[in-house]
Design a protein around this ligand. Structure first.
Ligand SMILES: Cc1cc2nc3c(=O)[nH]c(=O)nc-3n(C[C@H](O)[C@H](O)[C@H](O)COP(=O)(O)OP(=O)(O)OC[C@H]3O[C@@H](n4cnc5c(N)ncnc54)[C@H](O)[C@@H]3O)c2cc1C
Length: 379
């Protein structure tokens, strides 16, 4: 059993870490306060060749594996939850399904610009009336000659306002339940849909979260991804990968909060000594380290199993549940370690704390992860 990541992976991780520290960390709080999507950062990530890490080189990706992708997601999370969230939504939700389920023509047209970082991807499953019970959707796609006509509303869609393509789930056959859902590639130039809301959120405000309205949106029939009725099976597979993304991102957020707390605790003095010398503060930092190590191990195990083609339903859910919960706990303790300064926007822990909360909600809430895990245990 190998616990260290391979040297090629370490090289990518180190170059992304350097980029993050030099280019992202200095603007992380500013873009959050300005609610500004940092398009230039994504252009530079494209130049670094990491916008398509788990996409094969044939389609312009880096040809890496899920473990390598998880390392990149963790590094981004360590400095900016917003950039990390837009990155993982682009990669595992917007791009990877086209590689897994698309035709060669679709990959050429839609995947290549995503993998090269020329465009961002998005993925629209959630609706105002269906979140955890995602298959109970109202959006429809009706075949009309050589077109499909989409109608409905999608909610909380990451990147939709800045994306070059969005994968939209819609009902093509209302009589057949799970087997009546299909996936369509929709582009900004298609008539009949618009972003109706960009949400203000408690965190992650440099990552756009959008409501989309489809009103007789006509798209060519060749935008169907896979076959009619494949949409739900594709969703389950996509979410298995997506949960590894959120686990990696959560581990990164926790790592960022931990580092801020540790460095502050060794410098800040009260009662004539660094506060790290007080048992209560030291124990908090030791607990942070313990929790992060555990979350990272689970995440790397899930990623490795995914790469080996194993069923990761249980492991990706375990990793997502554990990493998202420890991420919120670690960030909360980091705010506490910084005392009053931790409550100010001059220091990063408050941002990690606000960003961390989403990790327990997106791509299946903690309650839903426990449901999945209970089912896996036969309960
Ligand atoms: C910032 C952000 C980005 C997002 N990005 C995307 C995206 O790119 N694409 C996309 O499709 N969606 C996205 N989402 C949506 C996200 O996946 C959903 O918000 C999430 O799945 C929960 O759905 P909901 O908000 O409708 O909550 P609900 O499903 O209404 O849940 C409300 C509460 O009830 C609980 N609950 C529901 N059912 C059960 C049950 N059976 N047992 C126990 N408890 C239950 C939930 O755990 C939760 O606590 C995003 C959301 C946010 C906030």
């Amino acid at each position: 059993m190998e616990f260290d990541v391979p040297s090629e992976h370490r090289m990518i991780r180190d170059s992304v870490r350097e980029f993050c520290e030099n280019e992202i960390e200095p603007i992380a709080q500013e873009i959050e306060e300005e609610h500004r999507f940092p398009a230039a950062v994504f252009d530079e990530l494209g130049e670094l060749d990491v916008m398509g890490v788990p996409i094969s080189e044939e389609w312009g990706g880096l040809g890496g594996d899920t473990l390598m992708y998880a390392l990149v997601a963790e590094e981004l999370g360590r400095v900016s939850g917003s950039i990390g969230l837009s990155y993982v939504a682009h990669t595992s939700l917007g791009a990877k399904p086209i590689e897994l389920f698309g035709t060669d023509a679709q990959k050429e047209r839609w995947l290549t610009p995503l993998a090269a970082g020329e465009q961002l991807g998005g993925w629209a499953l959630t609706e105002p009336g269906s979140g955890s019970d995602a298959s109970d959707m109202d959006t429809t796609a009706e075949r009309d000659g050589d077109e499909y006509v989409l109608n409905g509303t999608k909610q909380f869609i990451t990147n939709a306002s800045v994306a070059g393509s969005v994968l939209v789930k819609a009902v093509t056959d209302p009589e057949t339940g799970y087997d009546g859902i299909s996936t369509f590639i929709v582009a900004p130039e298609d008539d009949g849909w618009e972003v109706t809301t960009e949400w203000d959120k408690m965190g992650l405000n440099a990552s756009p979260t959008c409501e989309l309205l489809f009103d007789d949106c006509r798209i060519p029939a060749d935008r169907l991804l896979g076959e009619e009725g494949d949409g739900w099976a594709q969703t389950l597979k996509t979410l298995n990968g997506g949960r590894i993304s959120i686990a990696a991102l959560s581990t990164g957020l926790a790592q960022g909060a931990f580092e801020a707390a540790k460095s502050y605790a060794t410098e800040r003095e009260q009662f004539d000594r660094p506060i790290s010398k007080f048992d209560a503060v030291r124990d908090k930092i030791v607990e942070m380290d313990r929790k992060i190590e555990r979350a990272r191990l689970l995440t790397h195990k899930a990623a490795t199993m995914y790469d080996q083609g194993e069923d990761v339903t249980r492991m990706s859910s375990l990793a997502k549940l554990d990493a998202s919960e420890i991420c919120r706990e670690v960030a909360e303790d980091a705010v506490q370690v910084l005392g009053g300064y931790g409550y100010t926007t001059d220091f990063a822990p408050q941002r990690f704390y606000r960003d961390a909360k989403l990790m327990e909600i997106g791509e299946g809430t903690s309650e839903i992860q426990r449901m999945v895990l209970g089912r896996e245990l036969g309960l």
